[in-house]
Design a protein around this ligand. Structure first.
Ligand SMILES: O=P(O)(O)OP(=O)(O)OP(=O)(O)OC[C@H]1O[C@@H](n2cnc3c(O)ncnc32)[C@H](O)[C@@H]1O
Ligand SMILES: [Mg+2]
Length: 168
């Protein structure tokens, strides 16, 4: 069994797509960062904290954390996604997903403290985009979904883990 630090269905589906024969215990845990992370560093830290908190709470050998955020760049604000895998006695393994620019009109509400999940729902005139196609699904017209982004991240996590000869 592996532990996953979220109950978001889009993230659960991504892990199920990779761990097809493993039981996944999905737990709502703290990311210990802002609800809306605002840098790669804060987002990856949220993913690592979720992985650790889920692993400890479920008392299993492997915990996974997946976290979305935004990052300020010279090309404007980008959507970012990070994942972390924590295995006993190993350093955290991390992987980042593809990133795309967010519309200019998202910058002010995000900077005033609103979460991307709310902003994208208003933009798309939909509910719960964050648990379905995600902002990436809306902004790419359905070419790629939040689940697919996290599926690639989870593959990169387990792939790196399996390359390890040993930990510590
Ligand atoms: O239940 P959890 O696991 O917390 O799932 P979440 O949808 O809140 O996702 P995150 O906490 O990882 O993301 C941080 C914030 O960024 C938003 N966000 C990130 N990526 C998104 C996406 O692709 N679509 C919609 N919202 C997204 C999300 O709604 C949160 O407000
Ligand atoms: Mg959240």
């Amino acid at each position: 069994m592996i532990a996953l630090g979220t109950t978001n269905p889009a993230k659960i589906r991504a892990v199920q797509a990779v761990f097809t024969t493993t039981e996944i215990k999905a737990l709502s845990v703290s990311s210990e960062v802002s609800a809306q992370p605002f840098s790669d560093e804060e987002t990856v830290e949220g993913a690592i904290n979720r992985a650790r908190n889920a692993k400890v709470e479920a008392n299993v050998a492997i915990g996974i954390g997946l976290e979305g955020g935004v990052v300020e760049t010279d090309r404007g604000l980008l959507l970012c996604n990070w994942g972390a895998l924590l295995a006993s006695d190993c350093e955290p393994i991390v992987a980042g997903g593809l990133r795309i620019p967010l519309p200019e009109e998202f910058v002010a509400p995000l900077k005033s403290g609103r979460e991307l999940g709310e902003i994208i729902d208003e933009y798309a005139k939909k509910e719960n985009v964050r648990q379905n196609e995600g902002a990436i699904g809306i902004l790419t017209g359905g070419y790629i979904s939040r689940e697919q982004v996290f599926t690639d991240i989870v593959k990169a996590l387990i792939g790196q883990y399996k390359q390890l000869k040993s930990c510590r």
